[in-house]
Design a protein around this ligand. Structure first.
Ligand SMILES: [Zn+2]
Ligand SMILES: [Zn+2]
Length: 320
């Protein structure tokens, strides 16, 4: 199941119609401005339009990405409470829209230490799930690149957060290929990817993987820097994407592109170019990223090749 992160500008349903025109089977959206704390309540007409389009398209899985401001691991009490409020509203918006999965970066411990941060995340999830017993959207903790004090760069950290949460049935994980490479998981080869999947299964469990973020990485293995690159064109490379896309255990898992939207050098939408590669790999084809030829320049009239005998190499003058 393939999709990409798409804009909701002009109404949330616009992401669905854009997904339709790209032949996606799923989509990821922001349900509110991801860089602001305050969010307006959803307009009932917008909710209705979104649900109608989702139904028409037969989308069984729709993903949202929570605000980057939320920090469920915050040691500062006011920040933690603000984060909880914002995430509670996010969960409500997701349920209203029929979003099945909401991806969130677990948070940063900001110096309080890993153990403390992990405990705060679990506590936050327990409070949220207790307050919304009828909530349906699954919270997917995302693997992170491990920048600064961000938690979630080791599978064990996500496993521990899940372990400490009471309502485990409401939790899943989102694995981002760019982030795990940056965090030090060597998925640059088929064998490395298979090994990483075994580690994922042994720690978190493969069936907890509710969402994949398929992004290549501009930065190398272990860099701890999160910079997305187009599929097969970065430090992750084709083998990892082939392995993940061909794995039957992930066939029904949304695989979301979060790569830049500028037009590709051939003028097509980058999502189309990346998706073509992913779908081809999923179908078992042995593919490499399309090579874009440099735009053809008008060539100045070249002298016609002379039919005369090739000249001998000029002899270098030795001396002064
Ligand atoms: Zn991601
Ligand atoms: Zn990222």
């Amino acid at each position: 199941m393939f999709g990409s992160h798409l804009s909701t500008a002009g109404g949330a349903h616009n992401a669905l119609t854009a997904a339709e025109s790209l032949s996606h089977e799923t989509v990821q959206i922001f349900t509110a401005n991801q860089r602001q704390w305050a969010s307006k309540p959803l307009d009932p007409a917008a909710v209705e339009a979104f649900r109608a389009h989702a139904g028409r398209l037969g989308f069984t899985r729709i993903v949202a990405h929570a605000s980057y401001l939320i920090n469920l691991a915050a040691i500062d009490g006011a920040m933690w409470e603000k984060s909880l409020r914002a995430f509670a509203q996010e969960l409500e918006r997701c349920d209203a829209l029929g979003v099945t999965d909401v991806v969130i970066h677990p948070g940063a411990h900001c110096g309080s230490g890993e153990a403390c941060g992990l405990a705060k995340v679990a506590e936050a999830l327990n409070v949220l799930f207790d307050a919304q017993k009828q909530g349906r959207v699954r919270v997917c903790l995302e693997t992170t690149a491990g920048q600064g004090s961000c938690l979630g760069c080791r599978f064990e950290q996500l496993a521990e957060m899940i372990d400490r949460t009471e309502h485990k049935e409401r939790l899943g994980v989102c694995v981002d290929t760019c982030h795990i490479l940056a965090a030090g998981y060597d998925i640059t080869t088929t064998q490395g990817t298979e090994q990483t999947l075994r580690e994922l299964d042994a720690t978190i469990g493969i069936d907890r993987v509710r969402v994949w973020h398929l992004n290549d990485s501009k930065k190398p293995l272990g860099s701890r820097v999160d910079r997305h690159e187009h599929i097969g064109r970065g430090c992750v490379g084709v083998p990892a994407f082939a392995t993940i896309c061909r794995d039957p255990r992930f066939a029904a898992v949304p695989k979301i592109l979060e790569t830049s939207k500028d037009p590709a050098p051939d003028g097509r939408d980058w999502d189309i170019v990346n998706m073509e590669l992913l779908r081809g790999l999923a179908a078992g084809q042995d593919l490499q990223p399309a090579v874009f030829k440099a735009p053809r320049k008008k060539l100045a009239a070249k002298p016609k090749p002379s039919k005369a005998k090739p000249k001998r190499h000029p002899v270098k003058k030795v001396g002064k």
